[in-house]
Structure formats: structure tokens, C-alpha cells
Write a protein of this length. Sequence first.
Length: 315
Amino acid sequence: MQRRALFAVLVAATCLLPVVNSKAEDRTVGDRILELTRSTKWQKTNEIKLAFPTFHPQGMVRIGDEFIVSSVEIIKPTTRYETPRDGLDRDEGEGRGHLFRVSADGQLLSSLSLGEGSIYHPGGIDFDGRSIWVPVAEYRPNSRSIAYRVDPKTMKAEEVFRFNDHVGGLVHDTDANTVHGVSWGSRRFYAWPLAQDGTVTNADADPAKLRVANPSQYIDYQDCKYAGADRMACAGLNAYRASPDATPFRLGGLELIDLKDNRPIWQVPIELWAPSGLPMTQNPTFLEATEKGLRAYFMPDDDQSTIFVYETSKP
């Protein structure tokens, strides 16, 4: 009887453990980013074609052998106003927000709808070892958002807080127990402390009093992840022209940001492009450490998407 009781306690304790012990791995990822340079060689090691319509993917995490992908299905595109109305530059459009659970070979295992009404645009996502953090916003700047916490085992969502700005990505700093967000185009940073019960204490504050300007300007972040030691890794891109009449050239990049002062620690371009011509960091990006370097999962294309897997190693 004593042995049975002890076994039951051990099983219960195991069930309470995180899905993975991500903190140590995330710190390694951040440290490996610091070793990247413009001359780092990336080698493609795999392609995973997704066997379902992906719409417009936004964020991605890998948990075990599965991927979780956030995406927005655009039913009616937004239309710009001739002049701004109430601080908004376009109408709300129409769409649906999705969170897909995907197998290692690209099959859709399950999906979850997120958002409500005009709030239908999921952004970049993060996994803290227990929950997936997903922001869903209106598809326009200076708008509104809902932050969700999703259980990856059950794919059930819990609303954590609402905020009066477009939040395009969320990251959970598990060391400081704060949630960090980036705005439309990642031009603003936000931070929300988490209480012991998992609630956010300052979600009702005036956004203008919470925001911090992003001092980095060369890329807009598409997908961010916690990288340990109060650091955030963000992948993104921007378009440049060699001359005023030239075709825009899209350059991808990766940045490591210090969450204590919101300043970049390390910045490196990612000169990788999909067959479509889009930079690999166009949409979702997920990084993990390997024995000698980094493995990156990129998902740049809409609708009929492929996850491109690249690896780099130390010299």
C-alpha cells in the first residue's frame, strides 16, 4: 500500500512538470545566436510540406515532434481610409484566427479558433514549457488585442488579458515572470508583470505610459521567442531599394534583445530565400540548439506552406 501511494504521488508530480524543460535549452539558443555572423554558413537539411491550407502563417513553436502554428485567414482585406478615423488608418476587414497543431510530417492534427469579432489576427507565439502565448489583434495598427495562454496538450485557450494596441507578438520571460509584447511593425515594446495567480497586473494601464520605442530599425519582427537570461530572439525582415525606381529587395534578419532595457544585443542578417523569392524569415521562425550550433525552422510562404529546416555549426 505504501509503495502504491508513493507511486501515485510520483505520477501526480510528473503530470505537473512542464511539457519540456525549455529554460536551459532557450538559454543555449540565445548564446548560440551570439556566435552568428554575416559569414555563418546555413545548410538546408529538410523540407516539410504542410498538407492543408495554412492561410497567412504568423508564429511557430516546436514541442516534441509536433509544430504549433498561428495563422490568420483573411476573408475580406482591410481598406485604407482617405484620412485617419479615431487614430486608425483602415477599416477592420474580416477574418478568422487559427492555431494549428501539426505533425512532424506536415499533417494537420487539430486546430483551434482564436479571437472575436474584429480581433482575428494572431501574431508571433512563444512556448514557456507549459503554455503557448498567443496574441490576437485587429488587422490594423493602434487597435486592440487579446492575449491567450494555450495548453498544448488539450489545445484549450485561456484569455489572460486585453490591451488597447495591436500586439503582434508575445514572449514569456520565465526568469523575471513578465510577458513582453511587440506592436504593429515591432516599433513599440510592452511589458506586463505576471502575478502569482498568472494574471497581468497592468493590462488596463494607458498604453502610452507602458510603451518603449524599439531602437532597432532595420527589420520588423515577425516572430519572437524567449531566449533565456532576460533575452528575446526575434526574426523578421524589411524591404529596401538600391535606387528609387528599383524593385524592392527583401532582407531577413535575426536579433537578440535584452528585455531589461529593450535594446539589441546582437543583430545578424539571414541571407536565405525560399524558392518563391521570399526571405526565410518572412513569417514564422523557430530556433533550437544542436550539439554544435543552431537548427532553424522557417515557414515563409502562405497557403501552401513548407517548413524549411536549416542548420549551422560552430567553425
